[in-house]
Design a protein around this ligand. Structure first.
Ligand SMILES: C[S@@+](CC[C@H](N)C(=O)[O-])C[C@H]1O[C@@H](n2cnc3c(N)ncnc32)[C@H](O)[C@@H]1O
Length: 217
């Protein structure tokens, strides 16, 4: 048994994913071009995610398992996450830290009501001691007091900010550090950065909606 597949976390995750599947935002009245504009915007993300504050918007169940698997197999002990929401990805990453023997996860979320829910879920999963959620815009909260060495990063906040957020963390990434970027196709600038020849990363699209990258040196 692992923390991920045992009580209390397995049942908690199943319940949270089921609730999230029943509570998806309805964009049917928003023109496709407007959705694309908002997803790609570097300035309207606060308005967009404030509108979405009651929706969990989690990674998929598969991406959750991928996060656990990558954090376990790389023996990560120091993880940074951009975009906590209700904490479903956070629970997977914290479970991996627990099963790796301990560690530290810094997560970031600007919506206080979401932070409160994520903290409740971490408490219910018995994982609060491993996670520090920084409340505020990650452009500020992840700009200081970073650990010396980061083993794994999840990018899952405003897509247009991925290059800037990675830039904040870059000098702390250990050689071999993994970066998982969810729905990175909404950030062409990010894909250009991590896929650039001699850009310092090895990167590939993985499964349906993830860009998986590794810091080379
Ligand atoms: C897709 S959801 C994250 C889902 C979460 N990773 C999970 O799997 O449960 C994106 C979250 O990022 C937050 N967010 C977006 N831009 C942010 C920013 N600049 N700083 C902090 N949080 C941000 C949003 O409020 C939203 O809750």
């Amino acid at each position: 048994m692992t923390t991920l597949t045992a009580a209390p976390l397995a049942a908690l995750l199943d319940r949270l994913f089921t609730e999230a599947e029943a509570n998806r935002p309805d964009f049917s009245d928003v023109p496709e071009a407007e959705i694309t504009r908002l997803m790609h915007s570097k300035t309207d993300y606060l308005a967009l995610y404030t509108r979405l504050k009651d929706f969990p918007l989690p990674v998929s169940r598969e991406t959750g398992r991928l996060l656990y698997l990558l954090a376990r197999s790389s023996r990560a002990t120091c993880i940074v996450e951009f975009g906590t929401s209700f904490g479903l990805s956070t629970l997977h990453l914290a479970a991996a830290l627990r099963d790796n023997g301990g560690g530290h996860l810094i997560s970031s979320e600007f919506e206080p009501s979401k932070v409160q829910r994520a903290r409740e879920h971490l408490s219910a999963g018995g994982l609060s001691d491993l996670v520090d959620i920084r409340v505020g815009d990650a452009l500020q909260t992840l700009a200081h007091d970073l650990p010396e060495r980061i083993d794994l990063v999840l990018l899952d906040g405003a897509k247009a900010l991925y290059p800037q957020i990675l830039g904040l963390l870059e000098s702390r990434l250990k050689p071999g550090a993994l970066i998982v970027a969810d729905n990175a196709d909404h950030s062409p600038e990010y894909l250009e950065k991590v896929r650039a020849a001699n850009g310092g990363y090895l990167s590939l699209p993985f499964a349906e909606d993830v860009e998986l990258s590794m810091r080379l040196a």
